[in-house]
Design a protein around this ligand. Structure first.
Ligand code: IPE
Length: 306
């Protein structure tokens, strides 16, 4: 009668020993993985991926998400296994529609805008939840970060950016997901901060090697493809050429496809100047985001310092 517990406790001891060995091995593997990840990061291998609002939402239908596109993109991202990675998404028909209605970008001018400021942020949180849901469903350790909680601006330009949480999340192995957002502004009261400006700031602050700018056109064009059938995608452009293009087109056409795109892409200039390579690709075309993350050949526009 006395033996049974002895055998049991022997087994228990053995299994304890086994499980502690296993735990040790797993811990070692984990540490190795962490070390590898940190090493990759140290080599400037961080990628910042922008998913444009017109890629993930129906631009002309307020508050309408393209769920199947989000799902496809999440699959491409997990298949590419491109850690360390930060994702920033745009507002599309979630943020832009409400922001426009209440003139949020122009700043705080009248009390009726206050509700609009909250509603715009809330719409962005809704869109962010859909993006993060799709990523998590596909086994990506995505973690949302609200830019309005860690960034303030001065006349629309980033003035303070507390990036501690983003850095810590990256070091732990997460994929932080930020977005264009409503932010507090030291001159305007509040305003809208585009995901594009966040992309460049993050790329500089975190020492990224590359920015992948996923939009709904094939890259930068020689002319507006909507009005000029001879317009062609520019495969590679230097900063000097980009500035000349911006100068030629001027501010007047900043709302059309080429100008609008150029205006958004011009936000990347400081990052490219700091040595980050940027590539503008169509994220609406299946496989492009995967290829770009894998550094495979993909059609689009490569922006380089020189
Ligand atoms: C806009 O962010 C955010 C809001 C309107 C709140 P972006 O300017 O990056 O969005 P897209 O990519 O153009 O839609």
């Amino acid at each position: 009668m006395a033996r049974a517990p002895l055998v049991e406790s022997k087994n228990l001891n053995m299994s304890k020993k086994l499980s502690s060995k296993l735990a040790e091995r797993l811990l070692l593997q984990g540490e190795l993985r962490m070390e590898l990840r940190l090493r990759r990061k140290a080599e400037g291998q961080l990628t910042v991926l922008k998913l444009g609002g017109s890629v993930i939402t129906e631009k002309d239908k307020p508050m309408t998400a393209k769920l199947e596109v989000m799902e496809r993109l999440a699959k491409e991202i997990v298949d590419a296994d491109a850690a360390p990675l930060v994702i920033v998404h745009g507002g599309g028909s979630f943020g832009h529609t409400i922001a426009k209605k209440y003139n949020i970008k122009e700043g705080f001018n009248e009390p009726s805008q206050i509700g609009g400021f909250s509603k715009t942020h809330q719409a962005m949180l809704e869109l962010n939840r859909l993006v993060v849901d799709a990523l998590i469903r596909n086994n990506i350790a995505a973690f949302p970060i609200s830019p309005s909680s860690c960034i303030t601006t001065k006349l629309g330009r980033i003035e303070v950016f507390y990036d501690g949480a983003t850095k810590r999340l990256l070091d732990t192995g997460f994929v932080p997901v930020l977005f264009g957002d409503t932010v507090l502004d030291s001159n305007l009261g509040f305003t809208i901060l585009s995901g594009d400006q966040i992309v460049a700031a993050l790329a500089i602050k975190l020492g990224a090697g590359r920015v992948i700018f996923g939009v709904d056109v094939d890259g930068l064009y020689t002319a507006d493809p909507k009005h000029d059938s001879s317009a062609q995608v520019i495969p590679r452009i230097t900063l000097r050429e980009l500035r000349a293009l911006l100068h030629n087109i001027g501010g007047a056409r900043v709302d059309d496809v080429t100008g609008g795109m150029l205006g958004k892409v011009s936000e990347l200039i400081p990052a490219v100047e700091a040595g980050v390579q940027a590539i503008v690709i169509s994220a609406t075309k299946e496989g492009n985001v995967y290829k770009a993350l894998k550094k495979e050949k993909v059609s689009g526009t490569l922006i380089e310092k020189e």
